[in-house]
Ligand binder design. Structure first.
Ligand code: AMP
Length: 541
């Protein structure tokens, strides 16, 4: 017997309709590509999304055709998202910092028919245009601009296009399982692979991230996603924001610490989200300007492990609770987030901090397990100590990659994340490393993340990466690549001595190399593969 309740498909269009109706005057504050600020509302975003849906329909696109975006986090990008997915097309967000060859690969692989871009990326789009086999229309996310038209005569302008349309558009009643958006994985090895989200997976993920034990987002928040909209859909926050109707601050191209401090203080941001390298810049700028980031009650750190020192600084200097979250492109991304349970509330600050450092526990909707072999099915103990291969399943986890027939799952239906981790009885996850970044020294594993976190706690180090270097006797040994803080006087002996009472002797790096810069991926992660290529042989004679 079926239940007697109404059925309504879970659709992205219903989120923007909800925000436009019940939070009509809720603010969206956005930084333009020329760095000027603009304020709009959820009602205006909805209306423009409908205008742009009319534009897309006038192009004769078919359901599930792909529309690509190469853009910052800004209000027009947000409008275009709702227009694309809401009208049954697939929103393919592209990371502009990809190598041009990779960008060409993914546009052709996705067979994008329309490409929307911010003016900043004109030189990039112009350079790759002749190689994009399927794109018929190029739209600049701006008002008409002669410099852009001169460079690309066939370009269309977003503001002109929507000005010619009305906000009368009936969102189609799609199957909730239909595809809504497409993101390619960072692709540090091989070609990037596409993850195709559905309306259902996106909606359920949005509910999950709003929950108090997840990111705890409500209508009373002023949320600033610093994480780019091309990095797993800004971790789903533009959808969650519409679902709860919070104020949104979109930082556009201004991702440096000083610009972010300014946005937080001016617009009273209560929750901001980003990768550790972003927070590193923010802390430095706030310390320099003397800002206390008073409105910021919490910040969400994900994408890479949160260094313990950073968590302390946020708490002690800015009274800001840092939520550590873990996820990946294949998991929409939220797999875990770190919030206490009732039994933790009486613990000392030091003990609470220890809990805060783990990646947190899964919300309802996803399950985790650790196995003793990559892609294996043999689960190991949840004792908080034994590490193994982290696997996940749930409503918003990938099943197969875009355009690929074969399943991406283990024989019993779990997705192997490629991360090495422990789980405890309460479900708290601690990531030790990416399996490919672990260091195997004389048959023993060494976690690069643990050594990096310690180095980041050193007052004279600004950024640190630990990688495996080839070694004649031990196969691999850890070496530390570090950037010193400005004007810091630091020797390699000093940093190696610093490790002495913190890790076992055999885990201390064999060498310290000071550099001026560490290569970062488009999503702000340290490119350890590049570092291994550059420094991986320094210990060989
Ligand atoms: P991406 O798909 O580019 O977002 O990368 C996902 C990968 O980033 C994960 O598999 C992890 O290796 C890493 N990652 C994400 N969040 C965290 C975190 N909080 N701590 C450690 N690693 C993380």
């Amino acid at each position: 017997m079926l239940g007697n309740m109404m059925f309504q498909p879970l659709l992205i269009s219903s989120m923007i309709e909800h925000a436009g109706r019940y939070h009509a005057d809720g603010l969206i504050i956005s930084r333009n590509t020329d760095l000027s600020m603009v304020e709009t509302t959820w009602a205006k975003v909805r209306d423009n999304a409908k205008r742009f849906a009319n534009v897309l329909q006038s192009f004769g696109l078919q359901t599930s055709d792909r529309v690509a975006t190469i853009a910052w986090n800004n209000h027009r990008h947000l409008e275009s998202w709702y227009a694309i997915s809401g009208s049954g097309l697939i929103c393919h967000t592209i990371n502009p910092r990809l190598f041009p060859e990779q960008l060409v690969f993914i546009v052709n692989d996705a067979a994008d028919r329309v490409l929307i871009f911010d003016k900043t990326f004109l030189p990039l789009v112009k350079a790759v245009k002749p190689l994009l086999k399927t794109v018929e229309k190029f739209i600049c996310l701006d008002a008409a601009d002669s410099a852009v038209s001169e460079a690309m005569p066939d370009v269309l302008f977003y503001e002109d296009l929507i000005a010619a349309q009305t906000p009368d558009f009936e969102w189609p009643e799609l199957d909730e399982l239909s595809a809504s958006s497409l993101c390619y994985t960072s692709g540090t090895t091989g070609n990037p692979k596409g993850v195709l989200y559905s309306h259902r997976s996106t909606t359920l993920h949005s509910y999950a991230i709003c929950m108090p034990d997840s990111l705890n987002i409500s209508a009373r928040d002023v949320m600033m996603p610093v994480v780019p909209m091309f990095h797993v859909n800004a971790w789903g926050t533009p959808y969650a924001a519409a679902m709860v109707g919070c104020t949104v601050v979109l930082p556009g191209p201004g991702l440096d610490g000083a610009s972010l401090v300014n946005l937080i203080d001016t617009y009273k941001v209560s929750v901001a989200l980003g990768v550790p390298t972003i927070w590193q810049g923010l802390i430095g700028a706030a310390q320099q300007s003397g800002s206390k980031l008073e409105s910021l009650t919490r910040n969400v750190v994900g994408g890479s492990a949160c260094p313990p020192a950073m968590l302390r600084v946020f708490k002690e200097q800015f009274n800001c609770e840092t939520l550590h979250a873990w996820g990946m492109t294949e998991t929409s991304p939220l797999g875990t987030s770190n919030q206490y349970k009732a039994k933790h509330m009486h613990l000392s600050e030091e003990e609470k901090l220890k809990i805060r450092l783990s990646q947190g526990r899964p919300p309802f909707g996803v399950s985790l397990r650790i196995t003793d072999e990559e892609n294996g099915t043999n689960e190991i103990e949840r004792d908080g100590h034994t590490s193994g291969n982290l696997q996940i399943k749930g409503h918003w986890i990938v099943e197969s990659y875009f355009g690929k027939e074969q399943s991406a799952l283990t024989s019993d239906g779990w997705f192997d994340t490629g991360d090495i981790a422990t789980l405890n009885d309460d479900g708290y996850l601690s990531i030790s490393d990416r399996s490919k970044d672990l260091i195997k020294s004389g048959g023993e594993w060494i976690s690069s993340v643990e050594l990096e976190n310690l180095a980041m706690g050193h007052p004279k180090i600004a950024m640190a990466a630990v990688i495996a270097a080839e070694h004649e006797k031990w196969d691999e040994r850890p070496i530390l690549i570090a950037i010193k803080k400005p004007e810091a006087d630091l020797t390699d002996t000093e940093i190696l001595d610093y490790y002495a009472d913190k890790v076992a002797k055999w885990q201390i790096p064999d060498k310290v190399i000071f550099v001026d810069a560490i290569p970062l991926s488009g999503t702000g992660k340290m490119l350890k593969k590049d570092l291994r290529e550059q420094f991986g042989k320094v210990l060989l004679s």
